[in-house]
Design a protein around this ligand. Structure first.
Ligand code: SF4
Length: 171
């Protein structure tokens, strides 16, 4: 989708990544990334993008030749960064209902803004056409959490991404 939006033809992934970083709303990375994923899966479709319904239509540089940006033999993937917090109190961990279209109806870790000194670890995860680079941070408190006992996590409705996050931290 970003390739279309910025009209990037025949560019390396690194270039797309740089555009994505400039485009990112650093004040609310979570909502930004989820909105992009929703747009990519519902509006800016690989075939027949629904430009007339797209909120980015006015500024999209590739809309007039949107099909150009899908004519690749290789499967198209998009890279996104997501930031989550790990908050544990009294042997319970804070989770929150997933928002957006990703893992709807499941619980996930709370989204955070990244603070380098709280960094715990990172991992890569694939979700539909997205290649996610997930970074985890210590979170001291989380008011609206759904608190789940850490020993009961195996039976909680958590996403594969959240499972991977927890196994990254609690090796
Ligand atoms: S205007 Fe069309 S091509 Fe541009 S981002 Fe929206 S759906 Fe994609």
């Amino acid at each position: 989708m970003l390739k279309r939006y910025f009209a990037l033809l025949h560019v390396k992934d690194k270039t797309v990544w740089e555009y994505a970083q400039k485009f990112l709303n650093h004040k609310d990375t979570r909502s930004h990334n989820l909105a992009l994923m929703d747009l990519g899966s519902l509006v800016c479709l690989p075939k027949n993008p629904k430009c007339e319904e797209c909120p980015l239509q006015k500024t999209c540089q590739g809309k007039t030749e949107a099909e150009l940006y899908t004519k690749t033999k290789k499967k198209e993937y998009e890279s996104l960064e997501l930031f989550y917090g790990i908050c544990i109190q009294n042997e319970k961990i804070a989770l929150t209902p997933a928002t957006g279209n990703m893992y709807k109806g499941m619980l996930e870790l709370p989204a955070v803004d990244p603070i380098e000194e709280d960094f715990l670890g990172s991992f890569k995860h694939a979700y539909t056409k997205y290649r996610l680079h997930v970074k985890l941070y210590t979170l001291d408190s989380f008011e609206d959490g759904i608190w789940v006992e850490t020993k009961a996590l195996h039976s909680a409705p958590i996403s594969s991404l959240t499972k991977k996050a927890l196994s990254t931290v609690f090796k």
